[in-house]
Design a protein around this ligand. Structure first.
Ligand code: DAH
Length: 346
């Protein structure tokens, strides 16, 4: 047998082994050049044909050609296989693994004070009130004078009030909206006014900006019983049907008579002498209120001989403080998302 035929056999074997090991298209191309390239093994064998006798040449020649065809087919098949494999790998790399745990997506929520505000508004809307709003930058007339607060009243002091340019000030309470509403709509009137108010104060129970909700009802023959009925309906809706109310005589320039309303402690119900919330008193101060002073009605363009009314003002932050058992009012305004998204505040 020609020595070339022996080499054909060896080469077929080598090629088979090489193909079995190839793992990438680049490696495949390199091997293809080694076996089938212009200077490759097959060419080398074909060149050797010249050294053979004319009898041997046709058989050996066709055997080498067969091997070349075989190799070409094998390389083509290997190429297709590798292309499929690489495409799969590529797809794998870009694929989304839906079983991976996802990064949490934070849910926004209303600020606790805003939640309380909405709850209180809902209760009073249910009682027939409308929401009225007023400016946060006020003038002396609406914030003080029309509310029967004389010029010597300590609330006007620079210590309490933030004054801004042009005889303006940041409203110290929501009461000026009473006056604006009377002047705008006249009597009869039933409004609540939620909003921001400002005072020069900062400690665990006071913040320079806080929220109040003012209420005003003006009609004919309004009585203190109506006032109590409205506020107690509110207290029960807000704190539960078992809540009790009491009234203490007080003083506000814009109401006569004036009172303060307490509700039984929402934490201990008045049963825990060492309660941190009510400090053992069993009561929580919730609102200032009274019958609208005739001077205030007059400043609002309403005849006090025909109409009378009641008004109240309450701190919304304080209600949120009680409701969420927060120790320092200023936490509400620090913008700490962890604090603000505490359980139950959504
Ligand atoms: N304006 C008062 C304050 O800021 C709260 C208040 C008390 C409002 C009695 C009223 C009221 O309408 O009748 O402390």
């Amino acid at each position: 047998m020609s020595h070339v035929l022996g080499q054909v056999k060896d080469l077929r074997e080598q090629c088979r082994e090489a193909l079995a090991k190839i793992g990438s298209l680049t490696a495949l191309q390199e091997e293809r050049v080694r076996f089938l390239g212009k200077k490759g093994e097959i060419t080398r064998l074909l060149r050797m044909l010249g050294t053979l006798s004319p009898e041997e040449r046709p058989l050996v020649g066709s055997t080498v050609n067969e091997l070349r065809d075989e190799m070409e087919m094998a390389f083509d098949a290997a190429k297709m296989r590798l292309e499929v494999l690489e495409a799969e790998k590529e797809e794998e790399r870009g694929r989304l693994d839906v079983t991976l745990p996802c990064r949490g997506r934070g849910w926004g929520s209303f600020h606790p004070v805003v939640q309380v505000m909405h709850e209180v508004i809902d209760v009073f809307i249910g009682l027939g009130y409308s929401v009225a709003l007023g400016p946060e930058i006020e003038d002396d007339f609406h914030n003080f004078e029309a509310l029967n607060i004389p010029s010597y009243h300590p609330a006007r002091d620079m210590q309490d009030t933030f004054y801004v340019e042009g005889n303006r000030l940041l409203r110290t309470h929501t009461s000026p909206v009473q006056v604006r509403s009377m002047l705008r709509w006249g009597a009869p009137l039933r409004i609540i006014c939620p909003g921001k108010v400002f005072r020069r104060d900062s400690d665990p129970t006071h913040s320079p900006m806080f929220h109040q909700l003012e209420g005003l009802l003006v009609d004919r023959e309004v009585s203190i019983a109506d006032l109590k009925g409205s506020l107690e309906a509110f207290a029960k809706a807000m704190f539960g049907p078992e809540v009790k109310a009491r009234y203490r005589a007080s003083y506000f320039p814009f109401t006569e008579p004036s009172m303060e309303m307490d509700v039984s402690c929402v934490a201990c119900g008045g049963k825990n002498p060492s309660c941190r919330i009510c400090k053992g008193s069993g009561w929580l101060e919730i609102s200032g209120l009274g019958m609208v002073h005739p001077n205030v009605l007059r400043a609002g363009g309403i005849d006090p001989t025909v109409y009378n009314g009641f008004a109240w003002g309450m701190g919304l932050d304080r209600i949120a403080l009680l409701k969420y058992d927060v120790r320092d009012l200023r936490f509400f305004f620090d913008g700490d998302v962890t604090f603000l998204s505490r359980g139950g505040m959504r």
